[in-house]
Structure formats: structure tokens, C-alpha cells
Design a protein around this ligand. Structure first.
Ligand code: UD1
Length: 361
């Protein structure tokens, strides 16, 4: 069975690494031949190479080096460059991950060829906010895919509502597998940032979503709240995504420490040590949940609604007072329940790919 995984952005490397690891250990029949296609959406060392290296991933068979651009231009260029690869590879499955422009482009390129099976990993997530590029990407990918690999029961219900129940399989979340598999290596992490943030009394913050970075009033409201947390509650570490750095210009924060983007192992270990996490990332919300660290979500909604139970995660938008209030009230968060599968989501993904091979086209 030949699988071509299409990836391009930071969170997709983590998910694909779990699939690569499961395939390397796999002894089922038919045997699996797996290749990676990297669109080049993320190209910086700290957003791309470090993940391949740290997660021991094979080098991509293809790197399309598409780079950054406006949504239409970037996605269009990806579609144009993915199409000939699919035509020459003709895999049994095109495997898509998550909700980035690389996911969208892979879905469209594969569906338009009309003869390829498409599977979507992390299917069924919905924020119900169509102004998010990710929501558009995931809706299109789900509707064009033949097999929908769902991390949660909520995702299964969302797909049922859209008439896609027949194509959906509950596998659990490969990001949970990743944390289980990498936590030892993360604990052993001895980089300068991991050494500098040993004490548990700090907050870890990440902000990179377009809805926050591209709206100055939201971005500065969040930064103001982070400064206030750092001044009155505990130190704050803010690793900066390049998009956020661009919008913040030469801002010199008071009390907040900014850094380059962190590697996967650095993030895992700091998420575990932190007293609280503030983020607009879907992946970091879940990693906070796995680490049992209270999370404050800097968005107006979340796809990961299960994390909201028992106050483990609270959605506060970009309102400084609400952010501060949430940061002062994390003591009652929990208990945390096992919601994201049995730690072998990747095994269930491979089983589903094998058993659904008879699916059209
Ligand atoms: C993308 C995903 C988002 C995901 C995020 C993880 C889409 C629509 N969004 O957002 O869902 O959570 O990845 O990080 O696909 N840049 C660099 N170096 C790089 C890549 C990007 O400097 O290696 C800068 C460029 O200025 C670029 C900006 O970051 O314009 C944004 O990059 P882009 O690929 O558009 O998406 P992300 O914001 O990273």
C-alpha cells in the first residue's frame, strides 16, 4: 500500500512524524511504502528543519519550496506543483493533515485528478467561524476526502451533521501519541531556553493566528495583558512566530521575555513546567491539556471543546480584563480526563487506511 503524505507547516510535521514512526514499526499486510511531500509553506530552520531532525523523520521525497504568500497565491502555487507529483506517484492514499493551506492544496490537487483516494487526518474539527482560513481549509478537505480520520467524538458528531458519517472513523489524536513518545526526550532537553526556565512559576504564551496578528487592536490588547500578567502574577515567556514578530516590529516588552520559536521538545518540556499557558494555537491547547497545565485560549472560540470541561481551558478572546481574570483563577482547573484516544492513534490510522482501501474512486 503506497501512501503519500502532504505536509508543509509546523504542526503537520509533528503529526506526520507519528505516522512515519508507526509505519517504521508496522509489520501488517500489505506492507506500507510511505513518502513525504513538503510543500515548503514553512521553510525556516526553526519552523521546519528542527522538527524533522528532532522527531527523526525521513527527509521528504519532494520539497516544492512554495514559501510564503497571500492565501490564493500560496495555495494556487501549491496546487500547481503538487499535481505532477501525484500524477507520477499515483499513491493508493494521499494523506492530508490538519487545516493549513498545504492541506487545502493537497485536497484540491488530488480530488481534481479524479482517481486518487484521499484520507484526512484530524478530520471533523470545526470552529464554526468561516473568517478563519483554517476553517475553510478543513471544511474543504473533509468534503473532498474519502476517509475521515477523527481525533475525538466531537469531530465524529460534526461530520455526521454534515452528512459525512459514513466516511468517518474515530482513531484518537496522533498528537497525544506524539507527547507519549517524545516526553522522555523532551525532559532530557538541555537547551539554553530549557535551562533558563526550570522553575515552575512562569506562564508560557504563544500568539500567531491571523485573527490576532493582523488586527492591531487584538494583538496589542493581548500584549498588554501579557505584560500585566508578568508584572503582577508570574514571569511570561513568549516565543515569537515570524508572523507575530513582523507585526510587533521593534516592540520592547516590559517584564515579558520574548524568544525565537521553540523546537518541539522545548515546547513540550516548558508546557509541562509552566504554571499556565496562554495561546491561540489549537495544537498548544491540546498539549496544555496533555500536560495538565491550565490553558487560556486567546480566541473567541475553540475547536477543541472537550478541553473546556472542568476549567482546564477557558476561551477569553483578546480582552485584557478577561485574560487577567482567567490568569488569576487557574487554581481550580481540572481534573483532566483521557479524551484523546489510547495513545495508538497512528496504529488505528494505518488499520483504517488498510481496511478502507476498497473505497472509490
Ligand atoms: C500556518 C497555518 C496555521 C498553523 C500555523 C502553524 C494556514 C492558513 N495557516 O500559519 O493553521 O497554525 O501554520 O505555525 O496554513 N514565515 C516565515 N518563515 C516560515 C514560514 C512563514 O518567516 O518558515 C512568515 C512569513 O512572513 C509568512 C508568515 O510567517 O507570511 C505566515 O506564514 P504562513 O505560511 O502564511 O502561515 P502561518 O501563519 O505560519
Amino acid at each position: 500500500m503506497r501512501i503519500l503524505s502532504i505536509v508543509g507547516a509546523r504542526p503537520q510535521f509533528v503529526k506526520a512524524a507519528v505516522i512515519c514512526g508507526a509505519i517504521a514499526r508496522d509489520s501488517g499486510t500489505p506492507p506500507i511504502e510511505h513518502r513525504l511531500l513538503h510543500t515548503g509553506q514553512h521553510y525556516d530552520d526553526r519552523l521546519s528543519d528542527v522538527f524533522f531532525h528532532q522527531l527523526r523523520m525521513p527527509q521528504p521525497a519532494y520539497n516544492l519550496e512554495v514559501g510564503s504568500g497571500k492565501h490564493g497565491q500560496q495555495s494556487g502555487e501549491m496546487i500547481r506543483r503538487i499535481e505532477p507529483v501525484l500524477e507520477s506517484e499515483e499513491p493508493d492514499w494521499v494523506l492530508l493533515y490538519g487545516d493549513t493551506n498545504s492541506t487545502l492544496a493537497g485536497a484540491i490537487a488530488a480530488a481534481k485528478l479524479g482517481k486518487l483516494r484521499i484520507a484526512h487526518l484530524e478530520a471533523g474539527l470545526r470552529s464554526f467561524n468561516r473568517s478563519m482560513p483554517e476553517e475553510i481549509n478543513r471544511v474543504v478537505a473533509d468534503h473532498l476526502s474519502h476517509l475521515l480520520l477523527c481525533p475525538t467524538e466531537t469531530a465524529m458528531r460534526n461530520l455526521k451533521r454534515e452528512g459525512l458519517r459514513d466516511r468517518a472513523v474515530l482513531t484518537g489524536d496522533v498528537m497525544f501519541d506524539a507527547v507519549l513518545g517524545e516526553s522522555e526526550a523532551a525532559e532530557a532537553m538541555n537547551s539554553p531556553v530549557a535551562r533558563a526556565w526550570r522553575e515552575a512559576d512562569f506562564a508560557l504564551a504563544t500568539v500567531h493566528r491571523q485573527e490576532n496578528t493582523d488586527q492591531p487592536e487584538r494583538l496589542w490588547a493581548i500584549m498588554k495583558a501579557l505584560e500585566e500578567i508578568a508584572r503582577t502574577i508570574c514571569p511570561v515567556l513568549l516565543p515569537l512566530h515570524p508572523r507575530t514578530r513582523k507585526f510587533l516590529g521593534d516592540w520592547k516588552p516590559h517584564h515579558v521575555t520574548i524568544s525565537d520559536p521553540l523546537s518541539y521538545h522545548e515546547m513540550l518540556v516548558l508546557e509541562h513546567r509552566a504554571r499556565l499557558i496562554l495561546t491561540d494555537s489549537g495544537g498548544v491547547q491540546k498539549e496544555a491539556y496533555f500536560a495538565k497545565t491550565p490553558c487560556i485560549t486567546l480566541r473567541d472560540e475553540t475547536e477543541w471543546v472537550e478541553t473546556l470541561e472542568n476549567g482546564c481551558n477557558v476561551v477569553v478572546g483578546a480582552h485584557p480584563e478577561r485574560i487577567l481574570e482567567a490568569a488569576r483563577n487557574t487554581a481550580h482547573a481540572g481534573p483532566w480526563k483521557p479524551l484523546y484516544g489510547d495513545g495508538n492513534a497512528a496504529g488505528h490510522v494505518l488499520a483504517a487506511l488498510r481496511s478502507h482501501i476498497m473505497l472509490c474512486p
